[in-house]
Ligand binder design. Structure first.
Ligand code: HEM
Length: 522
């Protein structure tokens, strides 16, 4: 079968659609049909181009199973929804896979940053960056999460006074942008209170990345297009502004590090500037400014949209489950009282953590993980060639009726309070909120605490309901799951019983400006 397969590859490179090739070479395959053939889903191209493409993939999964092939025209994708195949790709044989399409789409914004990078660059950068997110760093961030969430509370408080409804999705997006800017490169976006050009620029670039991941034709690759399309000009200008800002932050930070009496040790944190950038420069990270900028940009985007989406869908889910909200508020009142959260509280806010765990199960961010095989491999019982584009549908795994009881129901109690924190390892790759294997999220602890702090601080002070006449909440995707028309809610101040602060826990030191008391001004 050597010649037919060579011919087939040649024709395929010339752009002859796979379906035509299948027909043409069916005789050749018949002779050596020892290999089982991956089930093929046909005629679903239109469905997959719909807004939230992972929804039709769920239907296909129910009929075709844990691995199937999806053809569209000359392109074909393998859709994986099976825990053991996911584990094989992400962990056991991860060296046989690259980021494929994802790297191609994100190149323009992330360059060779940690998410799109593969091979040696990825290895070197991963080794440099992971130590920056050590436990002491994450603990130092809890304070930042609290202060940013408090600023959001002040905004909601004003809305509650004025009786104005609020669009929570965009507020969460601003909250997490403020947090990640400070956490990654010590930059104060302050997007919750102002709309400076840089914030606008970040959103322009994010929207473009999402557009490119769903656009049928890559116009942006046509050289002159960049210069004449007003949209592409705007994107270029936004990228330049962000890059200049990042370069400037790198410069400022380098100066700080130079002036510092540096005692670099394993859990190094600079008190004035605990950012990841500061750690990297202080560690003597030997890297080009372009690479450093790519990594900062990558973390900015990775840590911004994801956390915002988690909070958005958590509040949506909570709006339908008053029972869960009451239980959550009870826990938060008794653990936090009126204080800002500390790192010790993270262990105690068990139910709040389960709410986030369960929200991440129902709305995984991103809903699919993208890979490309760079070697021949075997998935389950099926041999595959190098060059296959593979989508691991975390959405399907997380909602599989064969893996979960009441798969579509929001039940934080499915994770026992005294049990382990669910992760890919203890759930055998049927639960992958942060991926798994060597390319697992580096910000998983950071993100878990960030979302728990925001959740706790908001439900402690307010009740949230879907606003009267709010648009129906539907899903659409870019990199993460967004709502189609926002999450419009009515906030009202909680009428709380008097707060009994937990004894023996000293009040955290905070900037005097942060406003420690969040007593209701009733
Ligand atoms: C990778 C989820 C927050 C930085 C990933 C992956 C997932 C994920 C699923 C694996 C992607 C893949 O295998 O293709 C999330 C979620 C977050 C979150 C749900 C929030 C709730 C963050 C934060 C940061 C971050 C806050 C940075 C501080 C990264 C980076 C990678 C990554 C750098 C790439 C790691 C590598 O390829 O080696 N994230 N993430 N993430 N995440 Fe996160």
């Amino acid at each position: 079968s050597g010649f037919p397969s060579q011919l087939r590859n040649g024709l395929s490179k010339l752009g002859v659609p796979r379906e035509g090739l299948d027909l043409l070479f069916s005789w050749a395959a018949d002779g050596n049909g020892d290999y089982p053939k991956i089930p093929e889903a046909r005629g679903s191209i239109k469905a997959v181009q719909s807004e939230a493409f992972f929804i039709p993939l769920y239907e296909l999964y129910l009929s075709y199973g844990g691995i199937f092939r999806l053809n569209f025209g000359p392109k074909s994708f393998l859709i994986v929804s099976d825990p053991s195949i996911a584990k094989h790709i992400l962990k056991d044989n991860s060296k046989a896979y690259s980021k494929g399409i994802l790297a191609e789409i994100l190149e323009f914004v992330m360059g060779k940053g940690l998410i799109p990078a593969d091979g040696e660059i990825w290895r070197v950068r991963r080794r440099a960056i992971v130590p920056a997110l050590h436990m002491k760093y994450v603990a130092a961030m809890i304070n930042l999460f609290g202060q940013a969430s408090d600023r959001l509370c002040q905004k909601l408080d004003a809305a509650a006074s004025d009786g104005e409804d609020v669009e929570m999705e965009s507020l969460f997006s601003r909250l997490t942008l403020d947090i990640i800017g400070k956490a990654v490169f010590n930059y104060e976006f302050d997007s919750l209170t102002n709309d400076a050009g840089i914030v606008e620029a970040v959103y322009t670039v994010l929207r473009e990345a999402e557009y490119r991941s769903t656009a049928p034709i890559p116009f942006w690759e046509i050289p002159i297009w960049k210069d004449i399309s007003p949209k592409q000009k705007k994107v270029s200008a936004a990228l330049k502004l962000i890059n200049d800002t990042l370069d400037n932050m790198i410069k400022i930070c380098k100066r700080m590090v130079d002036e510092e009496e540096l005692q670099f040790e394993e859990e190094y944190v600079n008190e004035r500037d605990p950012s990841i950038l500061h750690f990297l420069l202080a560690s003597g990270d030997d890297v080009s400014s372009k690479q450093l900028r790519d990594d900062l940009m990558t973390m900015l985007i990775a840590g911004h949209e994801t956390s915002a989406a988690v909070l958005t869908w958590t509040f949506y889910l909570l709006s339908k489950e008053p029972r869960v909200v009451s239980k959550l508020q009870e826990e938060v009142d008794s653990v936090l009282g009126d204080r800002f959260p500390t790192i010790e509280d993270m262990k105690k806010l068990k139910y709040a953590t389960r709410v986030i765990n369960e929200s991440l199960r129902l709305y995984p961010q991103p809903p699919v993980l993208i890979r490309r095989s760079i070697e021949d491999d075997t998935l389950g019982q099926y041999p595959i060639k190098r060059g296959e584009d593979v989508f691991i549908s975390v959405w399907n795994l997380h909602r599989s009726p064969s893996l979960w009881e009441n798969a579509d129901k929001f039940i934080p109690e499915r994770w026992p309070l005294d049990g382990p924190n669910p992760n890919e390892t203890n759930q055998n790759f049927s639960y992958l909120p942060f991926g798994g294997g060597p390319r697992k999220c580096v910000g998983d602890m950071f993100a878990s605490y960030e979302t728990v702090v925001a959740l706790a601080m908001l439900v402690r002070r307010f009740n949230f309901q879907m606003a009267v006449g709010a648009p129906e909440v539907n899903m659409t995707t870019g990199a993460t799951i967004h709502t189609t028309e926002g999450l419009k809610m009515t906030v009202s101040r909680r009428v709380k019983p008097p707060i009994v602060p937990t004894l023996g826990t000293p009040m955290l030191k905070l900037d005097s400006s942060a406003g420690v008391s969040d007593n209701d001004p009733l």
